[in-house]
Design a protein around this ligand. Structure first.
Ligand code: KG4
Ligand code: ZN
Length: 470
């Protein structure tokens, strides 16, 4: 493991650990810097292309201390920008946990109109609204860029074209106003936002992250330090919700998940006997491709015509659609429960002091999912922490908050050049693992492509810490 970490770390790193005698010193310096804009010549190391491996930029610095989620400094004000998928989001958050503003512009209308969103279309939609979304976030917070301490932005994982829109915007602001910038891992942000919500949430904890593109089961040991217990080997649960909703002719204007959750309330969850995925695999990985196929076949066998919206169909047809929705949801969530149950066993073996399991990501805003997980987690003597729905689905608050958490550890990049050309190479990481895989949990069912995967966030941070003097 250590050798993997050091090999990976020698390839690339985005993190600069600035000389930092203490946290207070950094913050005081920053305030001073904010007033006088005297950071000196910035190091443009955030410009590395993800395929363009470069020498790491680490300066020696004392080992950062892990801090509790809230408290000690009330001074930072961070703008968070998120464009990794199909929502353009921005928010302003204070380091004491106060959310000053939160703005989300959704591309759901494109989804409804075209039945899906291509990366190029999504990029166009982000570009169209990004300036407005960020401005609105600043206006609602009643601040200007001058008042910011730093800018945080998602740099991966996600769609490259989309990530680029947010990163460019963040760099423009950071360059113009000489602000430090924090590149954020989207899935880490889904997990860490729980620490903004639940002040008691200390490391180590477990997290189930369930969204449109990823299913992850992780053990969070510290900020930037995760063990990956399980991941999706094909489709994530959100994708299965979205496709099922589409095939059932549901209104996708608020994305498929919420529409399916609603319809499932009317249905009989035992009417279709779908098989729970991966029962025979004694691991913590997820697979939803097979369940999707089972659902599609059931829909075809009942001659459901998705071009007839659910609102205009017969009551009998509506009942069948609701039964399929409820049966799908039951099995989709049973799969989550199975894998969580095993992961809790593994997690407690590694870290017996774990007390919490965080459920976050868009699908964790689902009430049925939350209540099933709540019971399962309680039975295991742990406590479930679920952020409110608006913080489970993609948002700028989680990015700003994760920026704050890393900033406090001294992990941020110096400001980019004030007049960076639009075609400058920027560091984006479309495929970027969060943690190192739990060795005992490796399974033959894994078929993940490894080509062009970036070193994990955890391996980079651990390698940088190993390089620092004690
Ligand atoms: O985390 P998220 O907002 O974006 C990604 O990172 O992918 O998750 C989006 C996913 C979509 O698949 C959406 O349908 C699903 O979360 N989702 C839900 C619900 N709300 C959002 N799935 C089930 N029930 C919901 N209430
Ligand atoms: Zn997400």
């Amino acid at each position: 493991m250590a050798s993997i970490v050091s090999n990976l770390s020698s390839t690339i790193s985005r993190l600069t650990l600035l000389r930092k005698p203490s946290l207070q010193f950094t913050i005081r310096n920053l305030q001073n810097f904010n007033r006088h804009r005297q950071f000196g010549t910035p190091t443009p190391h955030f410009l590395h292309n993800s395929n363009n491996h470069a020498t790491p930029h680490f300066s020696s610095s004392p080992k950062p201390q892990s801090t509790s989620a809230l408290g000690q400094d009330e001074e930072l004000i961070v703008l968070g920008i998120e464009t990794s998928c199909d929502d353009t989001a921005a928010a302003v958050v204070r380091s004491n946990g106060e959310i000053l503003s939160q703005v989300v512009s959704s591309q759901a209308d494109l989804l409804v109109k075209y039945g899906g969103v291509s990366p190029k279309m999504a990029e166009g939609a982000h570009s169209l609204v990004i300036d407005q979304v960020v401005q609105e976030a600043l206006d609602k917070a009643k601040i200007t860029e001058e008042d910011l301490s730093a800018v945080a932005v998602t740099i991966g994982p996600g769609l490259g074209l989309c990530l680029r829109v947010g990163v460019r915007k963040a760099r423009k602001i950071a360059g113009t106003y000489a602000l430090p910038i924090v590149g954020v891992h989207h899935m880490e942000a889904h997990a860490l936002v729980a620490r903004l919500v639940e002040r008691e949430l200390q490391f180590p904890f477990m997290a189930l992250l369930i969204s449109g593109g990823h299913n992850l089961l992780i053990l969070a040991r510290d900020i930037g330090h995760y063990i990956q217990l399980g991941t999706s080997i094909d489709d994530a649960i959100g994708e299965a919700y979205d496709k099922t909703a589409k095939w059932l002719g549901l209104d996708l204007s608020k994305s498929g998940g919420p529409a399916l959750e609603q319809l499932a309330l009317e249905g009989n969850q035992d009417s279709f006997k779908f098989k729970v995925p991966m029962k025979q695999h004694k691991d913590c990985n997820f697979s939803y491709a097979g369940l999707k196929t089972q659902v599609r076949l059931a829909i075809e066998s009942k001659n459901i015509d998705a071009t007839i919206p659910i609102a205009s169909t017969s009551s009998e047809d509506r009942r069948v659609r609701a039964d399929i929705a409820a049966s799908f949801q039951r099995v989709a969530v049973l799969h989550l429960e199975d894998k969580c149950q095993r992961a809790i066993g593994w997690g407690l073996k590694i870290e017996p002091s774990i007390k919490h399991l965080v459920a976050s990501g868009g699908v964790a805003s689902n009430k049925y999912v939350r209540s099933r997980l709540y019971n399962m987690v309680e039975k295991n003597g742990l406590q479930l922490v679920c952020p409110p729905p608006s913080l489970c689905t993609d948002n700028g608050v989680m990015i700003a908050w994760t920026g704050i958490e890393h900033f406090r550890m001294g992990r941020y990049d110096t400001p980019p050049p004030a007049c960076e050309p639009d075609d400058a190479l920027v560091d984006i990481r479309p495929r970027w693992p969060l943690g190192e895989e739990y060795a005992e949990g490796r399974s033959e069912a894994r078929s993940l492509k490894t080509a062009r995967i970036h070193p994990s966030l955890t391996s980079q941070i651990q390698a940088s810490l190993e390089k620092q003097p004690l």
